[in-house]
Ligand binder design. Structure first.
Ligand code: ADP
Length: 287
């Protein structure tokens, strides 16, 4: 499903002394099947923007269209429901006595019959890479990474076409982080889902998405490929962000190894670049 945002402005507490313009005339087009990252410092408007994608917030002015349909008009609920939003620390919303009940919660709210509900719970559980033995457990018995996956399953069970994840790996250890990203990339690749990732980790964005939106003071400052964005280190720094750490390391090494290409943004790319350099300088013993 595609998302189009047109002239979107959002003001919190409008008309009070506390009013705050969180989005300022944002325009944006996300195509069906894209995987896209949104970065920006705290308070730049990322969460406010994504909460418009499923109608959780209504524009102060402007519009949001999903597959060409304006989601603010009456009767658009069915289309809004196709956008699944996974909030930060979604496992904080697990409260049922079993994993099964937690995953099935949204289906129950939508009045889906038990038999259908059962097969959808099993499918969602598989999609997040968990086994059925977990279904009768209390969510509180699970590891942090498992809880997060159960919470994501509770959204997937609603069969969204667009998945929006706000800081999906916050608070997880490196293994849990890798697992969540391979899950997300699998959903994008195998199910053709449109995926929107909000993150403050430049490493996660550089490694996992093709296109990046940079937000600053309620506006989209840049909309481009990960390469275009991360090459622009000075601009990122001027708005309180940075390039991935590996890019700074490569810039430092450039002084010692002038021939290397320092414009790499992931550890994998850096490894390849250094191998290439070492092979050239020291022959082929550098594997
Ligand atoms: P981000 O997700 O990039 O951290 P937010 O979208 O949460 O940014 O916030 C954008 C701006 O809106 C910030 O200045 C924030 O303080 C303000 N804001 C966010 N939520 C509320 C709210 N519920 N009431 C008032 N102001 C808010």
């Amino acid at each position: 499903m595609s998302i189009q945002v047109k002239d979107l402005t959002y003001i919190y507490m409008k008309g009070t002394p506390f009013e705050k313009k969180a989005l300022d005339n944002v325009n944006l087009q996300i195509e069906d099947g894209e995987i896209i990252g949104i970065i920006g410092h705290t308070g730049s408007g990322k969460s406010t923007l994504v909460q418009h994608f499923n109608g959780l917030l209504k524009p102060t002015s402007g519009s949001v269209f999903i597959d060409g349909a304006d989601i603010s008009i009456k009767g658009s609920e069915a289309i809004r429901r196709r956008v699944g939003l996974v909030f930060q620390y979604p496992e904080h919303q697990l409260f049922e006595e079993s994993v099964y009940k937690d995953i099935a919660f949204g289906l129950q709210k939508r009045g889906i019959l038990k038999e259908e509900s059962h097969s959808r719970v099993i499918e969602a559980l598989r999609a997040v890479g968990l086994g059925e033995e977990i279904l009768d457990k209390s969510p509180f018995e699970l590891s942090g990474g498992q809880k997060r996956r159960v919470a994501i399953a509770g959204i997937l069970v609603l069969e969204p076409s667009v998945l929006v994840l706000d800081e999906p790996t916050a608070g997880l250890d490196p293994k849990g982080r890798d697992e969540i990203f391979s899950l997300i990339k699998g959903l994008h690749r195998d199910k053709g889902m449109t995926v929107i990732l909000v993150s403050h980790s430049m490493e996660d964005i550089a490694e996992n998405v093709d296109r990046v939106l940079v937000m600053n003071s309620g506006k989209i400052q840049i909309d481009g490929s990960a390469r275009t964005v991360f090459e622009n280190t000075e601009m990122l720094e001027s708005i309180g962000l940075s390039a991935p750490q590996i890019t700074y390391l490569m810039k430092g090494l450039k002084h010692l190894m002038p021939e290397i290409n320092e414009k790499v943004f992931t550890v994998r790319e850096a490894k390849e670049e250094l191998k290439k350099y070492l092979k050239k300088s020291w022959g082929d013993n550098s594997k």
